[in-house]
Design a protein around this ligand. Structure first.
Ligand SMILES: *[C@@H]1O[C@H](CO)[C@@H](O)[C@H](O)[C@H]1NC(C)=O
Length: 617
């Protein structure tokens, strides 16, 4: 203990001698900028003016109400040497490109509204406008996918966002940080999941800053508190070396509006009264964002016959933000970026200490996770779902020496939308002001499309090569709207997995807890008994449908339908979440028994498997 103390005292002394910071923050930014080029004073002054004007314009739109725009409730000291310095350098060096990628679910994809009015689009328009005078070209990529959990996507930041990303903004409002991770405890739980995501992002060439975006319409919530606690506690070192922040869109920014609003208000449905903190269900007034009864852009042209359906004054529609809510979130994110540019510029010329930002610390909460073992990467990742900025796709990992008949295509739900949106809408032709046309126009404005490699028993095997250095392969099927169509292959029973033509000895089907997505984990080191042959392994999947549900029950000795906790008969165990009708079947051993309803027989030859994501490590 004494020795340890002595060492740390020495280290501290050395550190303080080296880093005589006039201002910890300004010094890093100045060093970063100086390292890259010499900022001349006229350029800096011009840039400062432009950023100031951009902020002023945004503030004016909210009548000078700074609080409603200031959603950044927490930021680490590392935001200066990363985001602020980057923006200052771009602003004073005559421009360049600033790339933002948005991650998340239906909230960010813009469902219940339009893709082009979702907050990333608002952010993109606003930043492009305000940063154009500086010569900065802004690209905001909305990479969110409705109904997709944080994992495995949180391990695929590079391919999904693009390796040139400068800022990653992550919303996953209705999920926990570790959702989608099998056995989260083995990865360090929620903190581990946050750390894995951060490492995946910080390993990219531009070391992007990461902002978590939480909606929190009832006031600051658990997720903001969780990230703040992690970044102030266990994961502090990441925040010192990299930029991490939290935006709480309807939390703190709305506190003053909550306080000023009458106790009893009009529910957003308009049909009853309401009270309480929830500004989503119970708006603060006729102007739900405190200042406007409609957003700048409704999503349809002002002269569109659909305009009356646009519900402009809604901060929320169902559990998603409405167009006005999206506008608020996009503007708050733009405000945070412009503020970062402003601090970066203000810090220029304050000192000249080399920046220590940027080296990845040893894993902390995720130290047991295989995804944190390497300092080069968290996992290799291939995805078929769109949007995705870069390869690899699942297709890039295939061994096509024996031609596969599996194809990369939209999933069943994706296909419906593809077909629906490919043709001009008949509804719109018939009733241009009708609900059907409104529905068409919205659904066909989204960018997310669930895709997968898909094949039947007739399509032969799908054969994977391993990325160099990996001995584990983890393949997953895509999500479905609610229950799984009966024609989708059941990986527990209908997927044959071979390694170099031999039956796999170390493959497990994974379907955790309440999850309905099935995955297969292939542990090649265990299969071979060594790691030597992983690089040349060929992992092949093929579909081998069960003859019928009755045949499966007879051969497995298990039941498709069982009594659920609610006392009803439901598909359970291996067939959990399938769209299979179940009915009571008298009593067996003094307990209620269940059977599946004999409906149309399942056609084995059309049973189809979908593989949407592949991880390797
Ligand atoms: C293998 O074939 C599939 C299906 O035609 C294709 O999508 C994929 O890109 C191919 N992969 C390679 C590595 O050639």
């Amino acid at each position: 203990m004494r020795a340890l103390l002595a060492i740390s005292a020495l280290a501290l002394a050395a550190a303080s001698k080296k880093e005589k910071k006039p201002s910890g923050h300004g010094a890093d930014v100045a060093a970063f900028v100086r390292g890259a080029h010499k900022a001349d004073d006229a350029n800096v002054a011009k840039a400062k003016r432009a950023v100031h004007d951009g902020l002023a314009e945004l503030l004016a739109y909210y009548n000078g109400d700074e609080q409603v725009l200031d959603a950044l409730v927490f930021a680490t000291s590392g935001l200066a040497p990363t985001l602020e310095a980057k923006l200052a350098r771009l602003a004073t060096s005559g421009g360049g490109k600033f790339v933002v990628a948005a991650f998340g679910s239906s909230v960010t994809a813009g469902h219940d509204g339009f893709g082009h009015t979702a907050w990333p689009a608002v952010l993109g328009r606003r930043l492009a406008k305000e940063l154009a005078p500086l010569g900065i070209e802004v690209e905001v990529r909305n990479q969110a996918v409705g109904g997709a959990e944080p994992f495995p996507r949180s391990l695929c930041v590079g391919p999904i966002a693009g390796s040139d990303v400068d800022l990653v903004i992550r919303e996953w409002e209705y999920w926990g940080f570790s959702d989608g991770l099998e056995a989260p405890g083995a990865h360090g739980g929620e903190d581990g999941a946050i750390e894995i995501f951060l490492r995946t992002a910080f390993l990219l060439p531009n070391k992007p800053a990461v902002l978590f975006l939480n909606m929190e319409p009832n006031g600051e919530g658990r997720k903001t508190q969780q990230v703040r606690a992690a970044m102030k506690g266990k994961l502090k070192i990441y925040g010192e070396r990299f930029g991490v922040g939290v935006l709480s869109a309807f939390g703190k920014p709305f506190d003053h509006l909550r306080a000023a609003a009458p106790k009893s208000r009009r529910h957003r449905s308009g049909s009853k009264s309401c009270h309480g903190n929830g500004v989503g269900d119970c708006p603060v007034g006729e102007k739900p964002d405190g200042h406007h009864t409609r957003p700048l852009e409704l999503g349809v042209p002002e002269d569109s016959p659909l305009k009356p359906l646009a519900d402009p004054a809604k901060l929320f529609i169902n559990w998603h933000p409405g167009t006005l809510g999206h506008e608020m979130m996009g503007h708050q994110a733009a405000f945070a970026v412009l503020r970062a540019a402003q601090s970066g510029l203000a810090a220029l010329g304050l000192g000249s200490v080399p920046s220590s930002a940027g080296s990845l610390p040893e894993p902390i909460a995720c130290d047991k996770s295989p995804f944190c073992k390497s300092s080069q990467r968290t996992a290799f990742c291939a995805q078929s779902t769109l949007p995705k900025h870069e390869s690899p796709d699942i297709g890039d990992w295939l061994d096509n020496s024996t031609q596969t008949q599996w194809r990369n295509s939209a999933t069943e739900s994706g296909k419906n939308r593809e077909r629906f949106c490919a043709a001009p809408s008949k509804e719109c032709a018939k009733h241009p002001a009708g609900q059907g046309c409104w529905h068409y126009t919205r659904s066909c404005s989204y960018y997310d499309q669930k895709r997968a490699f898909t094949g039947t028993s007739g399509d032969g095997p799908l054969s994977f090569k391993m990325p160099r250095g990996a001995c584990n392969l983890f393949l997953s099927e895509p999500g479905y709207e609610w229950s799984k169509p009966i024609g989708v292959a059941n990986w527990h029973a209908e997927l044959s997995i071979k390694i170099d033509g031999e039956q796999c000895r170390a493959c497990s089907i994974v379907q955790g807890g309440g999850a309905y997505i099935q995955s297969v984990h292939v542990d090649l080191a265990r299969h071979y008994g060594s790691t030597e042959r992983c690089a040349s392994a060929r992992v092949s999947l093929s579909v081998q449908p069960v003859e019928s549900l009755a045949a499966w029950e007879a051969s497995s000795g298990k039941k498709v339908c069982q009594v659920a906790r609610n006392g009803k008969c439901e598909p359970k165990g291996d067939w959990r979440r399938y769209a299979i009708g179940c009915a009571e079947d008298g009593m067996a051993d003094g307990k209620k028994a269940c059977k599946f309803k004999a409906g149309k027989p399942r056609d084995a030859s059309s049973v189809r498997a979908y593989v949407t994501s592949a991880l390797a490590w």
